[in-house]
Ligand binder design. Structure first.
Ligand SMILES: *Cc1c(COP(=O)(O)O)cnc(C)c1O
Length: 300
């Protein structure tokens, strides 16, 4: 397992606003089990092993970072993996799914309608009947063991800071950070989806289920979804490109690009008190960039 070092950013905007910004490079944790997906899988893999499972089954879209990470983890830790993929098969496989199959993952495609049942007990039982004894990981890998893994993101930051920021999909990572801080500091979550307000309740429930307590030192910043999940706008791509050139940190357009774009916009608008120190968590996910490049003809 690699390290997730802290990298301090130098930028004239940060100087003007007297804000210090560190990036927690979770993207460097592992070459294939990227960023927060590694944190989320860690205790699930241990649990699966302890309970004697030899197969992991999970869900995702065709470009899912979680599908890629689960496939890689299966290969590395000796599990068979089954990916239930939303939508129809398209050949040749995109880079995410071709990576997953190269790790040995078995892919099964289901319709979008059926996919909506992914958390329904009846459907999960049906899958268990079809595939035998499998360790089920929910979409995005989010469950309480995933939250536990994500608490370690925070334990791994030997710095004084005032704010911590992360991108949010299912909210599992955000929940782990909030639970770990136990009311200290301010936590900002940037939903990648349009209508990300629904995460308020989801994260609240995860935090309570995990630690038995709720906290009010966190909030969602819902203005930077860029039209929704996997929607890509030229100004976002331009920002990511400039960010990479300036800081040598690659971003992707689904999660981390939006978060950093939003964070810099908030800094520009004077959202953070002068003298504040911010830690921004780079949750990884760079595998998806190969697919974006192909699909959209953009260089990301
Ligand atoms: C999956 C993912 C997220 C979202 O994590 P959640 O725990 O589902 O909120 C954020 N960033 C990246 C890069 C991801 O791959």
């Amino acid at each position: 397992m690699g390290e997730a070092p802290l990298q301090k950013l130098e930028d004239s905007l940060l100087q003007e606003q007297s804000v210090t910004l560190w990036v927690k490079r979770e993207d460097l944790l592992h070459p294939h089990i990227s960023g927060n997906k590694w944190r989320k899988l860690k205790y699930n893999l241990q649990e699966a092993k302890q309970q004697g499972y030899d197969t992991l089954l999970t869900f995702g879209g065709a470009y899912s970072n979680h599908i890629a990470a689960t496939a890689a983890a299966g290969r590395e830790y000796g599990f068979n993996t089954i990916g239930i993929i939303r939508g129809e098969e398209h050949l040749p496989l995109n880079p995410t799914l071709s990576f997953a199959t190269s790790c040995g993952m078995q892919l099964h495609y289901i319709s979008r309608e059926k996919y909506r049942l992914k958390n329904e007990p009846d459907f999960l039982e049906e899958l268990q009947r079809q595939f035998g004894k499998v360790y089920l990981l929910p979409e995005g890998g989010t469950n309480l063991l995933a939250v536990k893994g994500c608490t370690e993101i925070v334990q791994d930051i030997p710095l004084e800071y005032d704010y911590i920021c992360c991108a949010a999909g299912t909210g599992g990572t955000l929940a782990g950070i909030v639970a770990s801080l136990e009311g200290e500091k301010q936590v900002l979550g940037f939903p990648a989806l349009k209508g990300g307000e629904f995460l308020q309740q989801e994260v609240e429930e995860l935090v309570i289920a995990y630690g038995g307590q709720s906290y009010s030192n966190w909030q969602l910043i819902t203005d930077y979804h860029f039209g929704g999940y996997a929607k890509i706008k030229p100004e976002l791509i331009a920002f990511m490109e400039q960010f990479k050139q300036q800081h040598y940190i690659p971003l992707e357009p689904v999660y981390t690009g939006k978060m950093f774009y939003g964070l810099f916009d908030l800094i520009r608008k004077g959202y953070f008190k002068r003298g504040s120190t911010i830690v921004a968590v780079h949750t990884g996910g760079l595998q998806g960039n190969v697919g974006f490049k192909e699909r959209l003809g953009v260089q990301v």
